[in-house]
Write a protein that binds this ligand. Structure first.
Ligand code: GLC
Length: 411
């Protein structure tokens, strides 16, 4: 897991959902959720002509957002392949685009030392021998002329996996989708990926094993909120908008504060965060999404040290639950939830810190151990961080660096 740790030390990644579903600009599961007949949906490929596709521009956006790896949808549920596969005509090189966009992206990533991961859906709504049974994200049943055959479909996936793992240089991740919900066997695929790409990380949405890391999605997973420190490798994923992972013309974008809070919470607990954007049909990243990513990047740049070579530490404050990261006697308080007042009590710190600094803008934060009226009976004098600019930062997430004079429990 040496290389795995190295990738996980990279923390923030850019997820890219791109395919012919970007053309109608509704949602990446356009075919399934609008119940569009397969043949009609597949005609979108005739319009796929991404005149603004420039992988370097995507990498620029990722870098400016503080991201240090990228995961790209090679094949989503619709079965459309964004590489020059020999397994089907339903592929990017048979559209007006006529280029192997994965090859171009991989070349740019390798040139710029940007680790590349590949998303690959195990459900395939286009392939006539995929056995649709109406489970999860499958079609309700076979379409006229289909010949469902799981064994044959596994062979088809295997060929595609071989192409992806041999034709595009070193891969950092194989990011399966939908495997667990299919619940059919294909136990040799993960070992094959590992054989073809030694050192690769595989997520937990494939077949037959839990992979190297878990993938809590959006904020659906209550465990994610409850844990104060992750025990295993976690990569949370979220899109910039509420409704879609692919480009959505009328998207309801998340607030900056919400996204920064989620990123901070997950990173502070030792996880990675994969934030998704869906490029427009022409390949350009939407201006609203680009703005969000640049906000993430500017914020991350100022507080990055709170995630560098740190450990997720036990809370040194209980009011409210604030995740803490720690490097030696330096602790970082992650105020990912809005505070109700301009102060924070470090209930487990007994002597005045050497200093406290708001990383977001470098200002010093006053510390006090004066007796507080509410504590007159106990006489406890917890360290108090005073005058925190809670209203000024209402739209962002503050991270406070505290240089302790001694260890948190005062020993
Ligand atoms: C959900 C969506 C799917 C998307 C995936 C990314 O499973 O249904 O469309 O690709 O999230 O994690």
């Amino acid at each position: 897991m040496g290389e795995a740790r190295e990738l996980f030390a990279r923390r923030l990644g850019l997820f890219i959902h791109w395919g012919i579903y970007a053309i109608p600009g509704w949602q990446e599961q356009h075919q399934l959720r609008l119940r569009v007949p397969r043949v009609e949906y597949a005609r979108l490929a005739e319009q796929f002509s991404p005149s603004a596709f420039d992988p370097d521009a995507w990498i620029d956006v990722a870098e400016a957002a503080g991201m240090s790896y990228l995961v790209f949808t090679t094949k989503h549920l619709d079965g459309f392949c964004l590489w020059d596969t020999q397994t089907t005509d339903f592929r990017v090189t048979r559209t007006p685009c006529a280029r192997d966009v994965l090859a171009q992206l991989a070349t740019a990533c390798h040139r710029r030392h940007m680790p590349l991961g590949l998303y690959f859906s195990a459900i395939d709504l286009h392939c006539p021998f995929y056995p649709n049974r109406g489970q999860g994200h499958e079609l309700a049943g076979p379409e006229p002329g289909d010949t469902p055959d799981w064994e044959r479909f596994v062979g088809y996936m295997e060929q595609q996996v071989r192409e992806l793992c041999t034709g595009y240089g070193k891969l950092a991740m194989f990011w399966w989708d939908s495997g667990p919900e299919i619940a059919l066997p294909a136990p040799h695929l993960n070992p094959l990926i590992r054989e073809l790409q030694p050192g690769i990380l595989i997520n937990n949405r494939g077949f037959s094993d839990d992979g190297d890391f878990s993938t809590p999605e959006r904020d659906f997973d209550p465990d994610l909120g409850a844990q104060t420190r992750f025990t295993g490798a976690v990569e949370a994923c979220q899109s910039v908008g509420v409704e879609s992972w692919g480009w959505r013309e009328d998207e309801d974008y998340f607030s900056d504060r919400y996204l920064l809070g989620e990123i901070d919470r997950v990173l502070a607990r030792g996880g990675n965060y994969l934030l998704n954007v869906g490029p427009r049909p022409d390949g350009a990243i939407d201006a609203q999404a680009a703005r969000i990513l640049s906000v993430v990047g500017k914020w991350y740049d100022t507080i990055r040290e709170a995630f560098t070579e740190v450990e997720a530490a036990d809370d040194i404050t209980t009011e409210p639950a604030v995740p803490v990261t720690r490097r030696g006697d330096t602790v970082y308080l992650h105020l990912h939830r809005p505070l109700n007042a301009r102060r924070l009590l470090l209930t487990n710190v007994r002597c005045l810190p050497k200093r406290a600094v708001l990383l977001n803008d470098g200002r010093q934060i006053r510390c006090s151990t004066d007796l507080l009226p509410w504590r007159h009976r106990t006489g406890q004098r917890p360290v108090r961080l005073c005058d925190l600019p809670v209203d000024e930062y209402a739209g962002s997430v503050m991270v406070v660096r505290v240089d302790l004079a001694t260890t948190p429990d005062g020993n």
